[in-house]
Design a protein around this ligand. Structure first.
Ligand SMILES: Cc1cc2nc3c(=O)[nH]c(=O)nc-3n(C[C@H](O)[C@H](O)[C@H](O)COP(=O)(O)OP(=O)(O)OC[C@H]3O[C@@H](n4cnc5c(N)ncnc54)[C@H](O)[C@@H]3O)c2cc1C
Length: 432
């Protein structure tokens, strides 16, 4: 089949990879001049989510204070934002959390296998490192984490619960003073460079053929007619007198994997998804003192701030800002940005003092889409020729590789490698 994939982030590129592997001809349309320029660029490095870092569960905004829960509440946010927070809060209840994580889990495992296959086939080197150490400040926070720790045991996820002393002896950059409650070590989980991975996959596809990348082109609309699907492209900036003409490309199927841009494209077709855009921040800081730099990734478990080492720099990601969705394209304002970046700097200083030169760090901000039930939207939607792969929230980097495989299986008519209840829980129809 001929398939158009809208979006050149990790979700779009991984979808193209698996479609191509299944024998389809693919065209990826991306509005930027190259791939991995959206949320994929900003990633915090953690490859696959554990119950400790999915965006739902008992630790989600458990405290009302920004400095404690890691989410900056922009004052004045209204209706839809409150509704979104209320819906996610329902998953703080341990049984609801466990049920929802159980639905996500097969996608995590499919993604793990899929990434391993992609790595082995193409011998990819994307600054991958093993080991994630989640650190917990207070005993109250440790109590909040208990349902997640229960899930780790239930699903037999390899991990070690560590005392502060054990954390410090395993990871020399962590100090036992001031006091903290403890940590959870995942020695088999990994971090890696998401934009580098995405670019390497594109390079592989460029060499092997079968996937065309249409870069610097924006999709303005999708047409669904009988057994065909088409996308309309806005005119090129250099189109001159043809500037009013709309280019249309046709295919058998269209996959919307356009990150935050997916919402507008789907709304134009009459599909309104209750996904919420959340702004996040990163700092990329040079290592200040090598002897203070961590050899595994450090994650502030409750504030969800990840600090990953990539060569001679530290990538610090988090600092979520909850604001009105309609304001998401406007600048945040200096004070809010500073508050979010300060959370990142403070977490780095608290956990690994002396490791990073925060004053020389490069800031970045981007938007990622979250769903009110914590699960991404993957599968067929609205019309037999339309598929969606979006809304992966905080964990889209690795999950996108599994969700790309899922989309390729669905389009090819192959039985997907996840159970039916997971498939149903991922479909857009669940929100109807
Ligand atoms: C600060 C930050 C830290 C993160 N940390 C992690 C982490 O540690 N681990 C993890 O797993 N995940 C993390 N994530 C989430 C992860 O990065 C995202 O879930 C993932 O990158 C989403 O990929 P995507 O392809 O869906 O979206 P994107 O990367 O945003 O790609 C969508 C693409 O579609 C293009 N597009 C949009 N509209 C159109 C249009 N109309 N026409 C043509 N092109 C269009 C955009 O230009 C963009 O390139 C983080 C995200 C952020 C912002």
């Amino acid at each position: 089949m001929d398939v158009i994939v809208i979006g050149g982030g990790i979700a779009g590129v991984a979808t193209a990879y698996h479609l191509r592997a299944a024998g389809h001809r693919v065209c990826v349309v991306e509005r930027h001049a190259t791939v991995a320029q959206g949320a994929t660029y900003g990633h915090g490095g953690t490859l696959l989510p554990t119950p400790l870092d999915v965006w739902f569960g008992p630790t989600f905004m458990a405290s009302r204070q920004n400095a404690k829960n890691g989410v900056v509440n922009r004052s004045g946010f209204s209706g839809p934002a409150r509704q979104f927070v209320r819906q996610l809060a329902e998953l703080q209840e341990p049984n609801a959390f466990g049920h929802q994580y159980g639905l996500l889990r097969p996608l995590v495992e499919l993604s793990r296998d899929t990434i391993a296959g992609m790595e082995a086939r193409s011998g990819l080197e994307f600054e991958q490192t093993s080991g994630l150490l989640y650190l917990v400040r207070s005993h109250e926070e440790w109590e909040q984490l208990r349902p997640a720790l229960g899930l780790l045991r239930h699903y037999e996820v390899p991990h070690h619960e560590l005392t502060p002393e054990q954390c410090a002896s395993f990871e020399h950059s962590v100090r036992t003073e001031p006091e903290f409650a403890g940590g959870v070590l995942f020695d088999q989980e990994r971090t890696g460079n998401s934009p580098l991975f995405t670019k390497l996959i594109k390079q592989t596809l460029d060499m092997e053929g079968g996937v065309q990348f249409m870069l610097g082109r924006e999709v303005s609309g999708i047409r669904l007619e009988g057994q065909r699907a088409s996308v309309e492209l806005t005119s090129r900036p250099d189109a001159g007198s043809r500037s009013r003409e709309v280019d249309v490309i046709h295919a058998d199927c269209v996959v919307v994997a356009a990150g935050y841009g997916s919402l507008t494209l789907l709304e134009r077709l009459g599909l309104r998804l209750p996904l919420y855009p959340l702004r996040l921040h990163t700092l990329v800081a040079p290592i200040a003192h090598e002897e203070c730099a961590p050899h595994v990734a450090i994650v502030d478990a409750v504030k969800r701030i990840a600090i990953s080492r990539m060569n001679h720099r530290l990538r610090i990601a988090g600092g979520a800002v909850l604001q009105n969705a309609k304001d998401i394209d406007k600048p945040l304002g200096e004070a809010v940005t500073e508050e979010a970046l300060a959370l990142l700097g403070q977490a780095t200083h608290d956990w690994i003092p002396g490791a990073a030169r925060i004053s020389a760090a490069l800031p970045w901000e981007g938007v990622r889409l979250l769903s009110p039930d914590g699960l991404p939207v993957i599968g067929n939607a609205l019309h037999p020729r339309l598929f969606v792969n979006a809304g992966h929230g905080p964990a889209g980097w690795g999950l996108a590789c599994g969700s790309g495989k899922l989309i390729a299986d669905l389009i090819s008519g192959t039985t997907p490698e996840v159970p039916d209840d997971t498939l149903a829980a991922l479909r857009a129809e669940r929100f109807r």
